[in-house]
Design a protein around this ligand. Sequence first.
Ligand code: ZN
Length: 208
Amino acid sequence: MKLPRVGQRVRHKGSGAVWKVIEEMEIWVQNHAGSASGPAGFMPSSPPIYRFSLYNRRMESDSYYLGLALAQAREGATAGEVPVGAVLVDEAGEVMARAFNRPIGLNDPTAHAEILILREGARLRGNYRLPGVSLYVTMEPCIMCLGAMLHARVRRLVFGAPDPKGGACVSLYRLPEDTRLNHCLEVTGGVREAECRELVRQFFQARR
Ligand SMILES: [Zn+2]
């Protein structure tokens, strides 16, 4: 039997859940055979037992894709746009599209990063519906972008920092929770929040 090492991930055969070995612990068992090598009457268990933590692969990948969105946001800042970046990821984890906010450069009030990648994703698929895709964006989306995601049937939204001035997920409105809408969008917020927020703060500070 191959024993896992600390830091290694193991898949639980029954549930499919991935666990990470965080500690290898030696425990002492009572030694009835009488060949005590540890404290009197006890010996180390063989194999040692392990302490596991549920290894959340989703958390790791969310952070990775948000990092790609952050890179876009930084490009946006360089281009003089409000630094918001987004990436669209398909079911297999492949990045389909990436963009930064460009309403100023494109003279287009709808050219938010999310809209740009939804357009690109739909073009690639030849379909205006994008079921199964996930959208990663550095800031909580606005009403327009959230509306577009619902129209596109995006499966999952992951955002970085909430936007108290225009956010439609948790801040001004809570559209994903509105059961009157016929599409349910899974939302995760607060991923790499500090970095996303800091980028926007620095941008506005520099402009003042
Ligand atoms: Zn928007």
